[in-house]
Design a protein around this ligand. Sequence first.
Ligand code: ACM
Length: 386
Amino acid sequence: MTSPQLDPVRIGMLFSETGVTSVIETSQRIGTVLAVEEINSTGGIHGRELQLVSHDPQSRPSLYRSLAEKLIVEDGIRVIAGCYMSSTRKAVIPVLERWNALLLYPTLYEGFEYSRNVFYTGAAPNQNSVQLAEFMTRKFGSRVFMVGSDYVYPYESNRIMSDLVLERGGEKVAEVYLPLEAKRADFDGLVRQIKAAGPDFIFSTVVGESTAMLYRAYREAGLDPERMPIASLTTCEAEVKQMGAEFAAGHITSAPYFQSVDSPANRRIVPALQKRFGPEQIANQCLEAAYFQIHLLADAMRRADPDDVESLLRALPGSEFDAPQGRVRIDEQNHHTHLRPRIGRVNASGQFDILEESKDRVRPDPYLVSHTLQDWSVRTGLRSRA
Ligand code: ACM
């Protein structure tokens, strides 16, 4: 039980409820709320209730920046959970650093970044891209067609994927960007280009609402995922539900978590999620990171002064939690998280069949200092279920 006599510990929340990434960010908000409610039901932070103060940044980087400043300066908040697109995280970082506040960021991203004021709980490239490049070139071939949304994560993620595929003696057939607000006709044109180029696979860094348009245009053009699938780091259960499983089935995603993971924590969380938010609610890698990062924060807050950023900066590194994907840990050196890479293929019911998974957690290496394509199978003891 929390005590109404004690001041709450307030946390800011910046996930878009409107705009192009509202579907995935709504799921991140749900993951955050679920964790906060669990923590409060078991006594909060030494009897103090965790309280969320939430704003809607409408998928617009400039609003993330101004609302982060509002949370810090007007509401006196020191820790914010939020952001999906890397453009929104990059908009917030100068504000965090200026006011010495913290961001917990629950989204896979392109790496090559470190801020003392950010804890990164989604996958870095050595925890999803390396595995995806290795898997796709081994199973399908090494001619890749790249398509992305027009902003920083797709540019950088495609650069990394190009390097990884070239390392395998492969070839980048094309690299195409479409606006975040692209229309269905744009994707029909793109799919014609893909058909003409005939790659071995497509690497998509398309995010948000247009993800559904890409997969639908692909299927309606008669392309076959058995022969030339779309591989992605972002297309997860939320996007699959939005587009309809029949359009996503057969395509591949690399992520540390799928709802189909068989773990004690996941067997508990999925029913709890559906009891609280309705039987239709599904989990995904971004919801899961949003959920476990609040538990990591609560663990640090119980060992530290929850109102003092310097104290939390000492307590968060090394924090561990039995997350639905397996036990996770915040790295002491680089503020990223030790995670468990997996490769999944969408099945007819919109869930992912897990084809391969790492036996152990993989240490985050956001600058890709020491990876090779073989790391995944050799260093992590790859277990194949294909
Ligand atoms: C992303 O922009 N980090 C998905």
